[in-house]
Design a protein around this ligand. Sequence first.
Ligand SMILES: Nc1ncnc2c1ncn2[C@@H]1O[C@H](COP(=O)(O)OP(=O)(O)OP(=O)(O)O)[C@@H](O)[C@H]1O
Ligand SMILES: [Mg+2]
Length: 299
Amino acid sequence: MQDQAERLREMMERMGPPSALEKTMAHPSSCRVIAVTSGKGGVGKTNISVNLALALAHKGKRVLLFDADMGLANVDVMLGLIPQYTLLNVLNGQKKLAEIITEGPGGIKIVASGSGGVQELADLTESQRAKFLDALVELQHQAEVILIDTGAGLHRNVLAFALAAEEVVVVTTPEPTALMDAYGMIKILHRERRDPQIQVVVNMASSPSEADEAGQKLVVLANRFLELKVKYLGFLLRDPGMVRAVKEQKPVMLSSPMGPSALGLARLADGLLSGKSGMGDGNLLQFFKKVTQIFGGKD
Ligand SMILES: Nc1ncnc2c1ncn2[C@@H]1O[C@H](COP(=O)(O)OP(=O)(O)OP(=O)(O)O)[C@@H](O)[C@H]1O
Ligand SMILES: [Mg+2]
């Protein structure tokens, strides 16, 4: 009579080697996926994403920065990098996901979407999508925090990322128009998904009190009209050093590590790390599954 061990061995042989997806189910990673977004454009998302990635890396976290902005490829421009390959090469089947990761400064890893890369995510065939998700499984083991720099506004290709990420950082400036657009974004996130984890950063403030007032305004609005708890994560002041850093293509965390912006960014990183730990359960995979679903409108 066949013993149990033998039957198990036979079963394993029939099943073949485990796919990356099965491996992930067996060994879920605890990787946080945080989308950085805004209602109004030009409020500082890319600057904050790049520098926050560096601040988190400085605190010993393995960080991957995913540039999901469809416009000009900002992240690489800000870092003075020229990525050889982008997400587009992966979606075209020319490269593996692991092969397109660029090493950035401070040990951060970068995935550039390339112009058109994000749009392509919308049009994947079922088998392409499966292959892509399988590749992502490998990626999530390489990072503890994945920051996604999105475009601005309520377009589908921006919202897909903000709706799919476990956590969302909404960046605004203290200006009334930016605040109203930030509230608009929060409202949509609230309407479209259950229990969104939203944190607000006020950028380019002229004083801490102006920033706090603006941040609190959003917290109160969300609480009163949406019954939603939004966290005010903190602020960055308007800083000529930031403008200079962009021109010099050297992030402010590296060009003025003791300056006010770098200290502010370190505080934001602390706030993020103290706020919440990883969710586990193949988080990144879930994230991209959702992104492609929202894009493609199918499951
Ligand atoms: N704290 C700051 N102090 C001064 N200037 C800033 C600050 N943050 C950002 N800026 C300026 O604002 C510009 C826009 O920033 P950034 O590109 O990060 O915005 P964005 O929200 O990513 O824009 P987009 O919506 O186009 O993607 C930068 O070029 C920089 O000069
Ligand atoms: Mg940007």
